[in-house]
Every structure is written in structure tokens, then in C-alpha cells.
Design a protein around this ligand. Sequence first.
Ligand SMILES: Nc1ncnc2c1ncn2[C@@H]1O[C@H](COP(=O)(O)OP(=O)(O)OP(=O)(O)O)[C@@H](O)[C@H]1O
Length: 607
Amino acid sequence: MHSAQDMTDVAVYRRALTYFLQDRVRIAALVAMIAVSVSVGLLEAWPLAVLVDSVLSSEPKGNWIHSYFLAVLPKDKPGQIAGLVAIGLGLQLVGYTAWMGRMMINYYLNYRGTTRVRFDLFTKLQNLGLTYHRSRPQGDSIYRLTTDAFGPWGIVDVVIGTSVAAITLTVMTIILFSRNVSLTLAAFTVAPFMIWSNWRFGVKIHKRALDSKQIDADLTAHIQQAMARIPLAQAFRREAFEFRRFSGAVGRSVEALLSLNWQEQLYPLARDGILSVGGAIILGYGGWLVYRDQFLVPVADGMTVGTLLIFIDYLRKLWDPLKWLSEFFAKVRIFEAASRRVFRVLDEPEAVVDSPAARWISSKPRTLTLERVSFDYGSGKQILTDVSATIRPRQMVAFVGASGAGKSTLLSLMLRFYDPTSGALRLDGVDFRNVRLEALRAHFALVAQDSLVLPATIAENLAYGRQNATRADIERAAEDAGAAEFIHPLPDGYETVLAEGGANLSGGQRQRIAIARALLSDAPFLVLDEPTSALDPEQERRLIETLHRLKGSRTIILVTHRLESVVDCDCIFVMSKGQIVERGAHDALISSGGAFSKARRRAEAAE
Ligand SMILES: Nc1ncnc2c1ncn2[C@@H]1O[C@H](COP(=O)(O)OP(=O)(O)OP(=O)(O)O)[C@@H](O)[C@H]1O
């Protein structure tokens, strides 16, 4: 399959259509509804024409269309009048029903198809690696999911609408020409102006509406960022600066809206102006033709009042199909661009994928081996170089080293957020790349540096990694992580709802929630990135005790700057510039007098 970048337009349309193929029956129903409502629209004016020309006239002047109406009407005049009223009402009723059916099927197809697009896109975004997500603002993915996802339906809708418009216009033109060629030509003198104004306003309004939407999205993002920056702005007295930025964004939004409103007001003005001129031409010229054919030089098949009424009605009905036709290219381009943005993400290669040979392995304590692992984030700058290590089941090990040494990067490889550029990570000798991703990740419970908490209850936060956890499990994990002591005094306890980003918790409390969440998961490896950075010495001591207690049941991999917390680890890996430069138990490292012992001495001196 071609990637979205080099897909031809037709290929994009075809791909858009695939999202609606399973609704073919409904698409057929939609086309049927459209056919009914268009036909009713074309017939609407005929009962009046029949009434004027064939029923009320002393000399009936109807044509073959009239004869169809008359065939179903009674022979007496009152009966014919009543019959035409009934037909008129019936047509209205059928027209409204078909219109309603058309709109409901349209909504249904739109929402169902767009939901499928969104499901695909959401799943893809979830599978795309951190390299993708970190290289783009979050707003980009949100925009694709919320707005661009409507692109494929937009294409289908425009293609159906334009095809119907072309057919309607053709039928209307044939009927008009069959009634009177010169009046049809006169009526069509306003068609170029209709096309021009539809094209001009259609494109402008559409573009301005999109601009305005984008500017509003920017404004929302701006407000979100400004709210998050309030403490910073207050601390650095930047309120006036923030206000200027905010008022600038609001100003742009107002300007965009005004510019859109202006075009929205001009459009009906232009439309009504053109229709009035067209109406005047038909009334003037058509009126004269009726006078000529009926009174001046009467002719059998001449212009009648009824036909004039049809012309006046059809003039208004020309507007919609011409609008569809004149806007086709502009509209389809916009939806095509939106669809391409969706397909581009769907075609994005996934950095980390299950290979066909990947197999399922059960989650249990296993030996983790790093075998000459090297890695760079794609910029060419080597972050890890030839890192080798073996971590046996139920060991507690620590990675220590200066900031930027590559410790967190190494943990990311353990969760297979990335694959190494060379070398391999193995579980019981099996290369990570040969294990199903889900099975692999089930081995690891991560406490990341940022201690992410969700805007949900504390209990839901803790059970995020283990849906079937009982209240007893949750409380035990909270107890072990030292979180229970601040949860219990809360009025709603475990049912307390946490604010977005955990704003109603201290940094240490957030960290303990994240630790409890990891403890609650069944994963045999507990991977902790700086778990004690926000804890006070007492809390840190208790957490280390908990980790020691867990040592017998799980493998613990700790990344820390707090060297006193690694004293009892089975092995300490000292990292520098992406390499392991020392390794061993605490006492052995101290007695070797290397980098670790120097750092430990410096830390003790600082205390
Ligand atoms: N997503 C990324 N893209 C590019 N470079 C990155 C990315 N994440 C980290 N780096 C770089 O990789 C190097 C190692 O970073 P890493 O976070 O692994 O170090 P660390 O030892 O965990 O540091 P700290 O102790 O401060 O957390 C740093 O130079 C950092 O700038």
C-alpha cells in the first residue's frame, strides 16, 4: 500500500470510502431518500400549474405532464381541485419524510464511519512509540482525532451531494428546455452569477470557518498553558505579560469570527440579489411570452401561466445544485487534506511492533540480560554504548550515575518503549523482539520519574495496572508504599478524587501513589526511576525497607541519585556517559575506591 504522502487523490477517495463500505445498504437507502426528495422538489410546483392551466382555464392547455395528474383526478372540477390539494399536501409530506430520512441516515453514516476512523487512529496513536509522540505537540494528535477524522465522511458526502446535484440540474434543465427554450436561456443568464457567488462565498466561508476553528483551538491550548503557568507567573511577576499574550489570542479569535460573520452576512445578500434579478427576468420576459402566446397571437402549445409558475419555482431550485457543483473542488480538497492527515498517522511505521515470530510467554520471575546494548534517539548522538548486565530473578539492583548518564533511557528499553540500535535485551535468553509486546510489558511495573496520577479516585489510580484488585490489595499496596498514612485522614479516603495532574497532592504524595500502583501490579519486575526523589528521609527509609521486603518475591531495578539507599542492593551498576563503568555490591565498590566510593564520600561529607 502507498503511504498517505504519495497516494493519488483517487486513492485517498477510495480509502475514505472503505470506512463506509460496511454501511452499503444505508448508503443505498440514502441515495433512495435523496432521489425521492429531489423528485418531490421537482414536482412540487406542478399541482399549481395543473390547476391554473388545465383545471381553472376555460380552454385547458396542459401538456403530457398534466395528463398524468389529470389521469388520477376525478372528472368534475371541484373534485379536481380537491385532488390537486391532496396531491400537493401528499408531495409535501413525502418530501419532508424523505428529507428527514435523508438527514438521519446522513448523520448515522457520518458518525458511524467517523467513529471507525477515530478507533483506528486512536489505536494507532496508542501503538506509536514515544519517538513519535515526543516529536509532536499533543494538540496535533488531538486535532487529527477530533477534526481531521471527519475528512473521509466529508469526501463521501461531497461526492454523493455533487452527483445528486448534477443529476437534478440535468433533469431540471431538460424539463425547462422542453417547456420553453428562450425562457430557459433567459433564466440561465443568472447561472454564471450564481456559480460565481457560490464559489466565492463557499470557499471564503469554508476557509474562514476553518481558520476560526484553528484559532479557537489555539486559544484553548493557550488558556490551558496559561492556567498551568499561573504559579510561575505569580512567582516571577509576569501577570501583565501573560495577560498581553492572552488578550492577543482572544483578539485573534474575535477577528477571525468577525471576518467569518461578515462573509456569512454577505452571502445571503448576494444570493437574494441574484435570485431577485433572475425572478424579474423570468417574470418580465415570461409574462410577455404568456401575453404573446395566449392573447396577442394565440398558439396551441404556447407559454402558459402554469409554465411560468414552474420557471419561477425552478429558478430558486437551481441554487442548491449549482452551489454543490461550484464548491466541489474547494470542499473536496479540504476533506482530502484532512483525510491525508489521518492516513499519514495510520501509515506511520511503528517503531516497536510484534514480529510475526513473537511469542507469548507467561509472566514470572526471569533473568534479564542486557547484551552489548547501544542506543541513540535517532539524532545520531550515542546515548548508551555497549551496556551489558545480568539481573537474576528476585535480585535488587541499582543503576546510579550522574544526571544524563542514560539511566532512564535504559529503563525505557526495558519496557521496550524503544529497541536498541544494536545489541539485545533478553528475558531468560529470549530476545525482547521475539516476545509479544503485551507479554513482555506484563513483566514490568514502572514507577516513572514524573509520577503520573490520573484525575480519578485514589482507589482507581492505584488499581490502574490491576483491574481486579480487591480493596484489601489496594490498602496493602498503599500501606507498603507509605501512602496509607495520608489517604486515611482524607474525608473520602480511597474514594477521594484527585485533581488533574494530582494538583491536590504534594510531590511526595504523588510519588507514593505511583509507587503503590506499581506495587499493586503483579509484574515480576519492579522498575523504579528515582522513586525517593520527593520523599523525606523517613519516608525514603520506609520505602527502601518495603523494597527489601519485596526482594524475595520480585526483581527490583532501581535508578537513583541517593547512594545511601542502594547499600543493600545485590549489585550496583555505576553509569557514566552511556556506559557501565563500575559494578558490584556496595562494600566491594567502596573498597575498590572508584567513582562510586568517591561519590559516596562526597555525599556523606555534604550531609
Ligand atoms: N526523548 C529523547 N530524545 C532525545 N534525547 C533524549 C531523550 N530523552 C533523553 N535524551 C537524552 O539522553 C541522555 C540520557 O538521558 P537520561 O534521561 O536517560 O539520563 P539519566 O541518567 O536518567 O538522567 P537523570 O538522572 O537526570 O534522570 C541525555 O543527554 C538526554 O538529553
